[in-house]
Design a protein around this ligand. Structure first.
Ligand code: NDP
Ligand code: GDR
Length: 323
């Protein structure tokens, strides 16, 4: 039986990855950072019905001693580093925390592995945000990076440190450069979930308006359930490497709204409005991924369409709010 350790197991991707690994027979362990509101921590794992099937360890990415303790205790075959301060807008308010958790945190994990268990395979959650001000219309592993936020700069540091530990110490360390991926478990502050939650509230008569920022921003949106499969595939390869994971289709926030409102028979234009509070100091206007390498080498392709994703998210929010 293989053993996996997931940092960020309580987040969106951590929950779906834990579910996938359990289905493959893994013993699944995760980091749990202590919170005064302990009752809400396992909400996503509970949603998937797997909270009791994973083993949690008290640790924090910013405290390498806690990581050393956990890796010594668990002796994982695979470590997936998904933990991060992952909300781009917050990274301007908390740039140092974001750098510490999302940048240095990855190096803490790499160091703990290098010192204790250098045969452990490592996955780093890199991001399309590293392309920022895009240098090519379709971004692949060869496209130069141009980060546009403290979050993206922190992630780029972690990305290059992963490459560096692979090349310097021979660690089996891979990065997935994942484009935006969503699901009913997406945090409510991210735009897709904010929209599907807003649509459900308006449909149920609980709200009338949905205030958003830049409606013209375009993203390559996929389903988190599909994307965690790509993470696992990367660690099953003999040679570690970096891969773009994306759908190859880009859609504006405005068009995402159209899809979500039309699913419940409403018109987006009647309900959405722009609010400057949701604009960012620097914007990533458009992202579009080229995942040809993942298809050729991992045999991975996105399977959920945007239309299916939107329907699943709106339906889940209607169900949640109707309870
Ligand atoms: P979430 O924000 O849903 O989850 C983040 C996780 O990190 C949570 O489990 C959170 O724990 C944990 N965490 C935060 N700070 C710390 C810390 N100091 N120590 C330990 N754990 C911590 O993110 P997603 O699931 O959406 O994303 C997973 C990863 O992939 C992130 O690294 C993200 O930056 C990256 N990514 C995400 C993409 C996406 O579209 N979703 C695209 C590309 C990359 P807690 O529950 O306690 O808050
Ligand atoms: P992003 O996701 O920044 O791409 O990062 P988010 O959903 O926050 O924003 C996407 C785009 O929508 C625009 N937007 C709004 N965004 C939010 N959150 N709220 C609004 O009201 C709103 N209105 C318009 C944004 O300006 C932006 O252009 C996500 C995170 O999961 C990162 O951790 C991950 O690395 C990247 O995806 C890939």
């Amino acid at each position: 039986m293989k053993t996996a350790l997931i940092t960020g197991i309580t987040g969106q991707d951590g929950a779906y990855l834990a579910q996938l690994l359990l289905s493959k027979g893994y013993a699944v362990h995760g980091l749990l950072r202590r919170s005064a509101s302990a009752d809400v921590i396992g909400a996503r794992l509970s949603f998937l019905g797997i909270l009791q099937d994973v083993q949690m360890h008290d640790a924090n990415l910013t405290d390498i001693t806690s990581l050393i303790r956990v890796i010594e205790a668990v002796r994982p075959d695979e470590v997936y580093n998904l933990g991060a301060q992952s909300f781009v807008k917050t990274s301007w308010q908390q740039p140092i925390l974001t750098g510490t958790v999302s940048g240095l945190g990855a190096v803490n994990v790499l160091e703990a592995i290098r010192i204790i268990a250098p045969k452990t395979r490592f996955y780093q959650a890199s991001t399309s945000e590293m392309y920022g001000l895009i240098q090519e219309p379709r971004q692949s592993e060869k496209t130069p990076f141009y980060p546009r936020s403290p979050y993206a700069a922190a992630k780029l540091y972690a990305h290059w440190m992963t490459v560096n530990y692979r090349e310097s110490f021979g660690l089996h360390a891979s990065s997935g450069i994942l484009f935006n991926h969503e699901s009913p478990l997406r945090g409510i502050e991210f735009v897709t979930r904010k929209i599907t939650d807003g649509v459900a509230r308006i449909k149920l008569g609980l709200a009338d308006k949905l205030l958003l920022g830049n409606l013209d921003a375009k993203r390559d949106w996929g389903h988190a359930r599909d994307y965690v499969e790509a993470m696992w595939l990367m660690l099953q390869q003999e040679t570690p490497d970096d891969y773009v994971v994306a759908t190859g289709r880009t859609t504006s926030v405005r068009d995402f709204c159209e899809l979500a409102f039309s699913h419940v028979g409403l018109k987006a234009a009647d309900h959405i409005a722009m609010d400057e509070r949701y604009l960012r100091p620097a914007e990533v206007e458009v992202l579009l991924g080229n995942a040809d390498k993942a298809k050729a080498k991992l045999g991975w392709e996105a399977t959920t369409t945007l239309e299916q994703l939107v329907v699943e998210m709106v339906e889940a929010d209607l169900k949640r709010l109707s309870r």
